[in-house]
Design a protein around this ligand. Structure first.
Ligand code: NAD
Ligand code: WQD
Length: 343
């Protein structure tokens, strides 16, 4: 079984990817410092798989500790690098924290990988690199724009670092996956997103409102140039997104990948915020308490992916509908309520 090191593997997308990697016949090894995750993610993974997954409580900025992991785990075939901070607003308030963690962890990891001659990397990038696009849907050739937050800038800079490495003559092969809006949870409801405090993202805010933890959802603006005036996003089920990592790893292992490749990972369909709310209500039968509020500064009015390249080159496909994703997010919310009320 090929070992794949998964940094940030206890996090939201990482935990789902660890499950999909295992089910595809890989042996994932998690490295996480638990700065934005909890041990219970590991319990959820173990409960789905029927066995534990090796996990090192290690900071990717700590070269010596990361070196120890590579030494202990001989024969790592590739790395998926999820570990990063991701809160856009916090990155505006604390930019250095974001530059240090998100860029430092990548460069440290690359140095350690080079030392151990591990030369296959999947990197978590984001549709945020496209800024406010001129044309929709966005393809991988759509120009990358000036980032509108330090967080977004870290993704842009990390892509540039990988591009520089690719042209340097290094034998590193990297695939940067540009995620659109990941939502939902594993169908078992044993792993999912664990937002700390008040959620910034739409779907956890929806599920927490329906669960009575939040009083109401504020929809940020209904005066955009979209069919119902609310913003458009491409909401991709986290399990479909996790599977994109498996096919990216397959491509790297097969030796077919170029020095650096970029892929959009979304559904190819844009939905408005109101459509997302309605999909949640239809899927779950819950009535959501919401109001229309002012626009949120910095929001992109509309963005969705052209996923032709991922479909044709990686064989990526989505299988879940928006309703299914909303249902899974709700099941996960219910699981969280039940398990925290037992604690
Ligand atoms: P997450 O916060 O749930 O997971 C990230 C994990 O990395 C956490 O478990 C955290 O503890 C860990 N981590 C952070 N810094 C670390 C470090 N220095 N060393 C070791 N572990 C560290 O986030 P997520 O939603 O799963 O996102 C995963 C990746 O995908 C991130 O790089 C994020 O920027 C990117 N991304 C996320 C989204 C999204 O909407 N969730 C969209 C686009 C891109
Ligand atoms: C989705 C839509 C909001 C909350 C963020 C990051 C981006 C990427 C994905 C990592 C928007 C609306 C939200 C609420 C609302 N992450 N909304 N009320 O803004 O597309 O992107 O996550 O790379 O970089 O910026 O996601 O879930 O915050 O918002 O009306 O309480 O829901 O205005 O239109 P977003 P989101």
């Amino acid at each position: 079984m090929k070992k794949i090191l998964v940094t940030g593997g206890a996090g939201y997308i990482g935990s789902h990817t660890v499950v999909e990697l295992t089910e595809a016949g890989y042996e994932p090894i998690i490295v996480d410092n638990f700065s934005n995750s909890e041990e219970r993610a590991l319990e959820g993974i173990a409960s789905i798989l029927g066995h534990e997954v090796t996990c090192y409580r290690t900071d990717c900025n700590d070269a010596a500790a990361l070196t120890d992991v590579f030494e202990k785990e001989q024969g790592i075939a590739g790395v998926i690098h999820f570990a990063a901070y991701k809160a856009v607003g916090e990155s505006v308030a604390e930019p250095i924290k974001y530059y240090h963690n998100n860029i430092g962890s990548l460069t440290t990891l690359l140095q350690v990988m080079e030392k151990f001659q591990v030369n296959k990397l999947v990197f978590s990038s984001s549709c945020t690199v496209y800024g406010i696009p001129d044309q929709l849907p966005v393809t991988e050739l759509t120009p990358v724009q000036k980032a509108n937050s330090p967080y977004g800038n870290t993704k842009k800079i990390c892509e540039e670092i990988l591009t520089d490495l690719a042209v340097s003559g290094s034998d590193m092969r990297s695939i940067a996956l540009r995620y659109f809006n990941p939502i939902g949870a594993h169908p078992s409801a044993k792993i999912g997103e664990l937002p700390l405090g008040v959620p910034n993202n739409l779907v956890p805010f929806i599920t927490q409102t329906a669960a009575g933890i939040r009083q109401e959802l504020t929809i940020f603006g209904d005066d955009y140039d979209t069919p119902d005036g609310t913003c458009i996003r491409d909401y991709v089920h986290v399990v479909d997104l996790a599977k994109a990592h498996v096919v990216a790893v397959d491509r790297l292992i097969s030796g077919k990948a170029d020095n650096i490749e970029f892929f959009n990972v979304g559904t190819g369909t844009g939905n408005t915020v109101l459509e997302a709310v309605q999909a949640f209500e239809r899927a779950t039968g819950e009535k959501l308490n919401y109001k229309i509020g002012p626009r949120r500064p910095g929001d992109v009015p509309k963005i969705y992916a052209d996923v032709t390249k991922a479909t044709e080159v990686l064989g990526f496909k989505t299988t879940s509908t928006l309703e299914e994703a909303m249902q899974s997010a709700w099941d996960w919310q219910m699981h969280l309520q039940q398990t925290s009320s037992k604690a």
